[in-house]
Every structure is written in C-alpha cells, then in structure tokens.
Ligand binder design. Structure first.
Ligand code: BGP
Length: 460
C-alpha cells in the first residue's frame, strides 16, 4: 500500500453544536448569537435558513452515531452548546442538556468512537453577548465556570478536550470584517476580543489541570499558510505582515507563551494596542497545551499593497498586504477559495520546525460544493471530486509524517451536510447527504471510500 497510516491514527470528522444539533429551544436551550442573528438578520443567511433547521443531531444522534460507525470512524469532534448547557450563560445547568451530552458521549464510546469535545465553536450565549461577549472580562469568568462544569460532568469519559475552534474568527469576523454577529467594525475591539479569548483558553486549561483528569486538552486553530507573490522584498514584507496578524498573533501566544514583539510594535505605532495586563502575560506564559488541532481549507496568497490605505479608514491587517490572485490557481468555485493540497505539508513542516513538533491532528479539511444533487446517481452522491481532494491532501500529510511530523489524525469537515455561518446549506461538505425536506441522511460515495481507507489504514 502506497500511503499507509499508523493503526492508532484518528480518523473521523468534525462538526459543531450550532451547525448540527438544531435549535430545539423547547428543551431548555437558551438562545445564542446564531439563533438570534439568523432570525434578526435573516437576509445575511443563504436562502434565509436559520439555526432552527440545522442537521437535527439533537433528535437523530443515536442514528447519526450509528451512521458514523457504519463508515468506521474511530473518533468524532463536536462541540457542547454553552447556551444549551447553561441557558443563562452562568448559573443553573439544564438537566436535559446533561442527559443529551451524556447519552451522546456514552453512545460514541459504546461504538468505539472517541469523542473529541470542543467547548466553543463561535456560539456565544445571547445573554452574555448582551453584556459585551468576549469584550467584557466578566465573560472570561463565565467561560471558565462553563468549562469547569463540562470537565466535571463529562471529563471522566471524554479524553480529548478543546477550548476553542478557530479563536481568531469570532474576533476577526465579529468585530472587524462584518461577517459574524455583532457585526462591529473596529480593529482595537477585535484585538481585545482575541486577547480575551486567549485568556479564556488559558483559564480553561488551568481548570482542567487542577481537576487532574486523565486526558488531553488543546485548541483548534486555522493556520492559513501565507505565500508571497514573489521574492521581491515588498512582497515578502506583505507576507510577513499577513502571517504576523493572522497566524503568529494567536499561534505564538498559545504555542510559545508570548505575543510576537513585532505585533506589539506595530499596534503601538498605529494606536491599536488592546489592554494587556501583566497578569495576562504571566498566564499566557504559564499555559501549555497537549494537542493542537489544525483546520486547513486554503492558502493565503499575498502581494505588496498597490494603494495607500485610506488614512481615515478602519485600521486592519489589510493595510499591509493585498490578496494575490495567482494566475492558474485552482479554485473551489462554490466557496470562492483556492484548493492547494501542499498547504497541509507546509503547515506540518511549520509545526515541526517552529512549534516544537507538538502533537497535532488535522481537525478540519474538506470541500464544500454547491448543487451537489446534480451528482446523485442511483440515490447516491457520486462525489469523486471529494475522494480526489482527500487523496491529494492525505498524500502530502503522509509525506510530512514520513519526515517526522507528529500528526495523530485526520478529521474531515464534515460527517453530514450541515448549516454554515452565512452560507447555511449552500455548500455541502458531508460524507452523508442531508435531504432538507425529509431530513433523510444518505451516505455519499466518499463516505464509503473513507470507510475503506480507515479499515485498511491507508490507500493506494
Ligand atoms: C470552518 C469552521 C466550520 C465550518 C467550515 C466550513 O472554518 O470551523 O464551522 O463552517 O469552516 O466553512 P463554511 O461552512 O463557511 O463553508
């Protein structure tokens, strides 16, 4: 076999509470920002689909977990919905949520599927958002209490914990680029949110260590590899700045225990430095994770800025670089992003050389396709493009592992087509197809291919 992976390798998929469970407010769930935004700003969501219509995991979970087992997953990541577990954000725990998550975890374990549990996937409880969300330090405390509650309730069985999915996104999309609620556009506020998310991560790791549970804790990050247009110093500078703002800012804090000096210098120069206390710096320096998840979808190609940014405009990382549209780049036109399988190898090398070769896994990778029904033949989506995508990425991952990268697993986004932040059900990512009218979930050709891959521990 040409591409053999270790027998202990984690194979499976990732999902998140808000995107999969369905809203089901009736069972005591409180609203989160997505329940609210998808109703109040409905026009921002593809075909106006709200969180109410997400993939019904809350009702179908036994059957869904059986479907995971049917394609031989040995692991699966989802998140706990903070607003389901603690409807008011702090205080009383919702007993129905405890029953649901207990049964979900027990069922996964009974079927040989290791639960990877994430605590926060973009889904701030609305009551806490009304207090300022992560802009408000009180919410760090609330998150800490929520994290501790999860560890105490489920930590006897869950051995793999993650504090956040893509910590940069709630800050960048919610406070700078107008994609996520609360649709604020203000760099300094975004930087404050990011800093507080990093502190919340540290507090959760600290609580986890204090409980002395037997398991690992880490975080899921989207490390977008940056490629300059050319070796011209102006292009190299653009790449350095894109990397500094979007990757090193979080990576260095989490993996090296400190923010990059250069970032601080730039933020002081532009008067954009958020409040960072000495105790924060000490907490960040003292926090270590056990396992890193990396979500990889696309590369970031940049070039030197062509125009001087509007000095009265909103400060942003884009003041230092322009996107580079590389001739001949291969696109996923449904999502408007480039497909570049070698990026996964480059990330692995970066972790190996710059971040101490820490244990990591691919926590998301996938291809979202619009109009997938066009590929249905004899009742099954014939998604050969997804199989090709998987093979191409896994070949590069295999190469990196052969060269010493400590990659422990690969999770595809996602198990069954799910709702997304803005695109709703436009682009389909699942190993199973979801029929939105009937709720029926049927395996795609890629799901069967993945099953074989898992059973054979590799592919040719
Ligand atoms: C990741 C998120 C996922 C998922 C995925 C696909 O960044 O962690 O939650 O949504 O992207 O992206 P999209 O759904 O926007 O196409």
């Amino acid at each position: 076999m040409a591409f053999k992976f270790p027998k202990t390798f984690f194979w499976g998929a990732a999902s998140s509470a808000t995107q999969a469970e369905g809203r089901q407010l009736g069972d005591g769930k409180g609203e989160n920002i997505w329940d609210y935004a998808s109703k109040e700003f409905n026009y921002r969501f593809y075909e106006g689909v709200t969180t109410e219509q997400t993939s019904l995991f809350y009702q179908d979970y036994h059957a869904d977990i059986e479907k995971m087992q049917a394609i031989s997953f040995n692991s699966f990541r989802t998140s706990i919905s903070w607003s389901r577990l603690i409807p008011e954000g702090t205080g009383a725990v919702n007993p129905k949520a405890v029953t649901f998550y207990n049964e979900m975890i027990d069922d996964m374990l009974a079927r040989g599927i290791e639960p990877f549990i994430n605590l926060y996937h973009f889904d701030m409880p609305l009551v806490l958002q009304e207090k300022g969300g992560f802009e408000n330090r009180e919410v760090i405390e609330a998150y800490k209490e929520y994290a501790k509650t999860c560890f105490e309730l489920f930590g006897d069985r869950v051995k793999y914990w993650f504090t956040f999915n893509e910590p940069m996104i709630p800050a960048e999309a919610g406070y700078l680029h107008d994609r996520h609620y609360p649709y604020v556009v203000d760099f300094k506020r975004a930087a404050t949110v990011l800093h507080h998310i990093i502190l919340a991560h540290c507090e959760a790791v600290k609580s986890y260590r204090e409980l002395e549970l037997e398991g690992k804790i880490g975080i899921i990050m989207d490390v977008i590899p940056v490629y300059p247009r050319s070796q011209n110093p102006a292009d190299l500078y653009a790449a350095e700045m894109a990397d500094l703002f979007y990757t090193k800012s979080v990576n260095d804090a989490i993996l090296k225990g400190k923010y990059p000096e250069k970032l601080k210098e730039v933020l002081i120069e532009y008067d954009q430095l958020p409040e960072v206390k000495n105790a924060d710096i000490a907490l960040i320096a003292a926090t270590k994770i056990d396992l890193l998840g990396i979500n990889y979808y696309r590369p970031r190609r940049v070039k030197a800025k062509e125009c001087v940014p509007n000095p009265q405009g909103v400060f942003s990382p884009e003041w230092f670089f322009d996107e580079y549209i590389m001739p001949g780049r291969r696109m996923n036109t449904s999502r408007g992003i480039e497909i570049y399988p070698k990026g996964i190898y480059d990330i692995a090398k970066k972790i190996q050389t710059e971040y101490n070769n820490i244990d990591w896994f691919v926590s998301e990778n996938g291809i979202g396709i619009e109009g997938e029904e066009a590929f249905i033949e004899n009742g099954m989506v014939q998604d050969d493009y997804r199989i090709e995508f998987l093979k191409e990425h896994l070949r590069y991952l295999h190469q990196a592992m052969a060269e010493g990268s400590n990659c422990l697993g690969y999770h595809m986004w996602t198990f069954v087509d799910c709702w997304s932040w803005g695109n709703a059900y436009k682009n389909r990512y699942g190993f199973y197809r979801m029929d939105l009218k009937t709720g029926e979930k049927t395996v795609k050709k890629s799901g069967l291919w993945f099953k074989e891959l898992i059973e054979q521990h590799g592919f040719d």
